[in-house]
Design a binder for this molecule. Structure first.
Ligand code: SF4
Length: 278
C-alpha cells in the first residue's frame, strides 16, 4: 500500500503567524493567554499549553500579561476590552480576515444589507458580523439563502473557509433577489488551493484520510469534497485514531491536512498507516 501526501499540506500563512506570535510571546516569560484556541488543532493546543499558554474565553479571565488574538479575528469591542483591562494585546488576526472585516464594514457603511456566507457561531463569523451593521444576515446552506426576502441593496462576503462553489451559488441567487448587489469575494485562496489538492488526491487514490481538528471548518470541507467525488473519506485528529480496517485491500491511500494541521502530525499519520499496512 502506498500513502500519497497531497501537494498542499501544513499550516497556511495565517495559522503559522498566529502560532509563531504566541510561541514568541511565551518566550518572554510573561503570562500569555490565547483568546480562544489559537488554531483548531489539539496537537498545537497541547504544545502551547506545555509552554504555559492559557486559553481564555474572555479578557476578564486574565489578570496580567499578554492576550493574543487568534487568526480568526475578534469584534472590535473585544480588542478594546483587552486594552481597557491594561493587558498587552498581540493581534494575530490573519491579513485576509482583516481584509474581509474591512469589506464588510464598507458594505454596511454604504447602506448594503450584508449577507455573510458562513457558520454563525464560528469565531471568524462572530468577528465579521460585528462590522456588518444591525441589519445583516448569515446564511450557510442553500435552504437558508432560498428564504431570503427581496431586497434593494445587498452586499455579500464570505467566511474565508467556505467552499467557492457555495459562494458562487449564493452570489447568483442574490443577484436575482436584489435590485443592487455588491460582492467581495473573501473566500481564502489558500483554502481553495487546498481544496483543489484534495480533489486531485481523491482522483488518484482509493480512500482519503483527512487530518485536522473536528471543529476546523476547512478540514471538514476537505472531507466533504472527497465524499462528493465518491471517495471513502475519514476525518481524524491524530495518528492513534487511524483504524486498520480503513486500509485493508487499499492500494493507494491519500493523506491531507487542514490549514491548521502541522506537517509533523501528517508525518505521524503516514508512518502509522505504513506500519499498519506492512
Ligand atoms: S485559512 Fe486563509 S484566511 Fe484563514 S488563517 Fe489561513 S490564510 Fe488566513
Amino acid at each position: 500500500m502506498e500513502v500519497l501526501l497531497a501537494r498542499e499540506n501544513g499550516f497556511c500563512f495565517g495559522v503559522k503567524k498566529a502560532v509563531e506570535l504566541t510561541e514568541a510571546a511565551a518566550e518572554s516569560g510573561r503570562a500569555v493567554h490565547n483568546l480562544g484556541q489559537v488554531v483548531h488543532n489539539p496537537k498545537i493546543s497541547e504544545r502551547l499549553a506545555a509552554r504555559g499558554v492559557k486559553v481564555i474565553a474572555d479578557p476578564s479571565e486574565a489578570t496580567e500579561g499578554i492576550v493574543v488574538i487568534r487568526a480568526h479575528g475578534v469584534p472590535p469591542e473585544m480588542r478594546a476590552k483587552i486594552e481597557e483591562q491594561g493587558l498587552e494585546c498581540i493581534d494575530a488576526t490573519c491579513s485576509l480576515v482583516l481584509r474581509a472585516q474591512r469589506f464588510t464594514k464598507q458594505l454596511a457603511d454604504e447602506g448594503y444589507r450584508v449577507i455573510i456566507l458562513g457558520t454563525p457561531e464560528h469565531p471568524e463569523v462572530v468577528g465579521l458580523r460585528a462590522y456588518a451593521g444591525t441589519d445583516h444576515v448569515i446564511v450557510e446552506t442553500k435552504e437558508e439563502w432560498a428564504k431570503l426576502p427581496k431586497m434593494r441593496k445587498a452586499g455579500v462576503v464570505s467566511q474565508s473557509t467556505q467552499p467557492p462553489w457555495a459562494f458562487k451559488e449564493l452570489v447568483a441567487h442574490v443577484a436575482e433577489i436584489a435590485q443592487e448587489t455588491k460582492i467581495f469575494n473573501t473566500v481564502c485562496p489558500v483554502t481553495i488551493k487546498r481544496q483543489h489538492a484534495a480533489t486531485e488526491l481523491a482522483g488518484a487514490t482509493d480512500t482519503i484520510i483527512v487530518v485536522g481538528g473536528r471543529n476546523s471548518a476547512n478540514t471538514r470541507e476537505l472531507v466533504n469534497l472527497a465524499r462528493m467525488q465518491g471517495r471513502e473519506a475519514h476525518h481524524i485528529e491524530h495518528a492513534a485514531e487511524l483504524e486498520p480496517a480503513w486500509l485493508v485491500g487499499k492500494e493507494r491511500v491519500g493523506l491531507i491536512g487542514g490549514c491548521s494541521t502541522p506537517m509533523e502530525t501528517l508525518i505521524e499519520v503516514k508512518e502509522r498507516a505504513e506500519a499498519l499496512a506492512a
